[in-house]
Design a protein around this ligand. Sequence first.
Ligand code: SAH
Ligand code: SF4
Ligand code: F3S
Length: 489
Amino acid sequence: MNYDTIKEEIKDIDITLPPPQEEPERQYYFIKKLQHWMELKKEEKGRELTCCVNTFGCQMNARDSEKIIGILMTIGYKVVEDEDADLVIFNTCTVRENANLKVYGRLGQLKKIKNKNPEMITMLCGCMMQEESVVEKIKKSYRNVDIIFGTHNIFKFAELLSMKVLDRAESKKMIIDVWKDTTEIVEELPVERKYHFKSGVNIMFGCNNFCSYCIVPYVRGRERSREPEDIIAEIECLVKDGVVEVMLLGQNVNSYGKNLENPISFTELLRRVEKIEGLKRIRFMTSHPKDLSDELIEVMAKSKKICKQMHLPLQSGSSRLLKIMNRHYDKEQYLTLVDKLRAAIPDIGISTDIIVGFPNETEEQFQDTLSLYEECEYDLAYTFIYSPREGTPAAKMQDNVPFEQKQDRLERLNEVVKEKALKQNQRFLNQIVDVLVDGPSKRDETMMTGYTAHQKLINFKGRKEDIGKIVPVKVTEVKTWALKGEQVD
Ligand code: SAH
Ligand code: SF4
Ligand code: F3S
């Protein structure tokens, strides 16, 4: 179903009856109730009501926010960037301590805004809310938050908001609805995309890997795959709606489909997605090295649509640390994978994630990471200082590495990352590359910006009429984090 069909379905709902039990019809019911409420509010205030959704964290959260915005817009809210809105939502991340601190900082500011505008509704959701200690802290120190929900019940957004604005008994309380886990996947709710021509598509939720440092399996629950038919139907709808590029999203896409009643592999899913007419580019993330199959490499090599680019998190170049991290591969196995990828797809671009300063990481182990980084010829890396997360096995480990040393390692690693990024970008100099045009560059309105198939950011002299199209661009200059070019005919 596309957005318009969903809107039609909502129109047909009878709100004089009690709410239906089944989903998503139950949510359509609450959306319709809120649409009525919104009309009255608009009249009362003599203006539109605004909402602001602030997203932290990864692509999973970004996609979740698009779902929340879809529901908000269907209700009748106007989306704004400013936190001085009638409804403000923080979709939070907790993967590292910094992510947490950022949210608390913003919450402090929000408190001040809300003191001036007591009618404002504030909501918190996302991964941080899955932690009991966080919810306790908010209950104590941020009492004017209205609604807290988690990662498993975003689909219930309209119902929760109805409780707040339509149910007198609930309206004075802080509404908290956080589920520990779920097996439910609710399809067919409105989604509002950030770009009309490209979109993320969830193919699975949760994670079963329990890397020893990582909190994601605790806050996103067990791995659940969507039915392939639902995924294909969603992409077909998106393509009809103008989308030419999709990013298939999952914490470990290579284990897609294993837990379905009729199991199917990720490569089989890719084959089916590839057949969708009108779709031009397919990306996916994240690939866990332990599950990356030869079959996937073969499918990528043959495909005309799958971009020749892979995000393959390494985490550490030390086999000893990889074992303690519970990653299920060692340095040699990782290198073999990279060799296989490069043999099958010579111009592939590989990016990665690396953690430095894991508990008791020795200088020698860090050197292993540096030398593996050199050897793999990466395009790009996201690098992090290890951050202990409550409830994970690594958080209980003694740690003898001083923070300054961790910072120093991060800086040394980032130097190599920078050097390699520039070196890898140089292979595109004077080449003509295909670019999906995002829009005018923020820094310079006369330039357009977009991404190449290799996921390289490029700023170029182009045309506004080509936004959303894939156009040929000649690379005229190469920088560390971006390319520069001119559109050619
Ligand atoms: N599912 C993806 C990654 C999700 S989290 C994968 O397996 O690759 C994104 C990245 O955050 C991870 O790859 C890791 O490098 C980093 N990360 C996760 N937990 C961390 C922690 N406790 N401290 C520092 N970095 C962490
Ligand atoms: Fe975290 Fe590991 Fe799962 Fe990635 S695979 S989300 S790093 S537990
Ligand atoms: Fe953060 Fe949750 Fe993503 S913890 S990185 S938003 S899965």
